[in-house]
Design a protein around this ligand. Structure first.
Ligand code: SAM
Length: 352
């Protein structure tokens, strides 16, 4: 051992910061559950007692929570008045459900991962999978809430227009399948934007499909968006003009089988929009904050989910475009084009 004290100090400084971030996650969820952030959004700077009174919570807890939030830069503190406020950027991240950077869903997911840790630890030993459905339900609602701002911001304004001729078809009236649709948010967003088209969302997870049906009814698109419990490898129907898979191909045990099924379900000139987590092809391309998030989620959720299904290919959430192309080619597709990308997603246009 030849420990460099300066390096060690720097590293420990980082670890203390990381531990602070990790423990803050529980506090963020508490603030979300109790409406603390929302009560601060747009309000004048508040004392702990004022925030407690507005949210029906106990002042002593709120005071400690606010101090922790201020120490992490999640709220601002004015020492001269002893008051706390949420600035505009913090409001967008913590309080505004419509903002493109609303992050509460991500924190909700983290609570599920901590609860599920014993299952994943056991799976490391056994090598067996842990199905998506075996996770704490906070994963399902947290994932939906985490992805929704991204889909609201990009799906109909950027991703669909980036596909050749698809927007035109959807405006005129097309048949669309959203496979691995989860709670159906992407399906509902598309159904709202393209009222002449018809949409069917498929997912093997029944509780998600039940919620998706309710979401479509609530959004007033129940006439054109329906949902069925079905697997990507054998969902019903053919002749789809557009098949979409959002952030789910890598979760499947048999992505080649799923891709082959998409192939046969598409209309001859149909398009598959494949949205996957953004990743470079090499490990070293992904050793950055987003790669850290995705590799971690992949260890806890995506890789075990795939290993729990037949074949168990376990692509992982950082498969990268080259590996995805291999899957698509094996399934019989000949035309694959990167239509667009965001820091979080790769959007591939896949045709026969
Ligand atoms: C990360 S979630 C994404 C959900 C949704 N597409 C979204 O973007 O919010 C992955 C989804 O894939 C679904 N899934 C996993 N394997 C599947 C399979 N073989 N067939 C159908 N759905 C599957 C899960 O049930 C889960 O809803």
């Amino acid at each position: 051992m030849a420990v460099d004290p300066a390096k060690l100090e720097q590293f420990m400084g980082r670890i203390v910061g990381d531990m602070g971030s990790a423990i803050s996650a529980a506090l963020v969820v508490i603030g979300d559950q109790l409406g603390l952030y929302k009560a601060m959004a747009g309000a004048e700077p508040l004392t702990p007692a004022e925030l407690a009174a507005r949210t029906g919570t106990a002042e002593r807890y709120v005071r400690e929570w606010l101090c922790a939030q201020a120490a992490g830069g999640y709220v601002d503190y004015d020492a001269s008045s002893g008051r706390f406020r949420l600035n505009d950027e913090q409001t967008m991240v913590f309080a505004d459900e419509q903002s493109p950077v609303f992050a509460q869903g991500g924190f909700q997911v983290l609570t599920a991962l901590f609860k599920d840790e014993p299952k994943i630890t056991a799976a490391f030993r056994s090598g067996k999978g842990v199905g998506w459905h075996e996770h704490d339900p906070a994963l399902f609602v947290g994932t939906e809430r985490f992805f929704r701002p991204n889909y609201n911001a990009n799906l109909t304004s950027s991703w669909i227009p980036a596909l050749e001729g698809v927007e035109q078809k959807l405006r005129a009236g097309a048949r669309v399948a959203d496979v691995g649709c989860g709670l159906g948010t992407s399906t509902v967003i598309m159904a709202r934007a393209y009222p002449r088209s018809t949409f069917v969302g498929f997912d093997y997870h029944e509780p998600s499909i039940v919620r998706a049906r309710a979401a479509a009814a609530e959004a007033g698109v129940g006439d054109r968006a329906r949902f069925e419990v079905s697997r990507a490898q054998d969902y019903p129907g053919t002749g789809y003009d557009l098949v979409a898979l959002f952030d789910c191909l890598h979760d499947m045990g048999d992505p080649v089988g799923a891709a082959a099924h998409v192939h046969q379900s598409l209309a001859p000139d149909g398009t598959w929009m494949l949205v996957e987590p953004y990743a470079g092809d090499r490990v070293e391309d992904n050793l950055n904050p987003i790669g850290r998030l995705f590799y971690s989620a992949s260890t806890m959720v995506c890789t075990p989910a795939s290993l729990a299904q037949e074949v168990g290919l376990a692509l992982g959430a950082q498969a990268g475009e080259k590996r995805l192309r291999d899957v698509l080619t094996q399934a019989g597709f000949t035309r694959v084009r990167r239509a667009t990308a965001t820091p979080f997603n790769l959007v591939l246009e896949v045709r026969r």
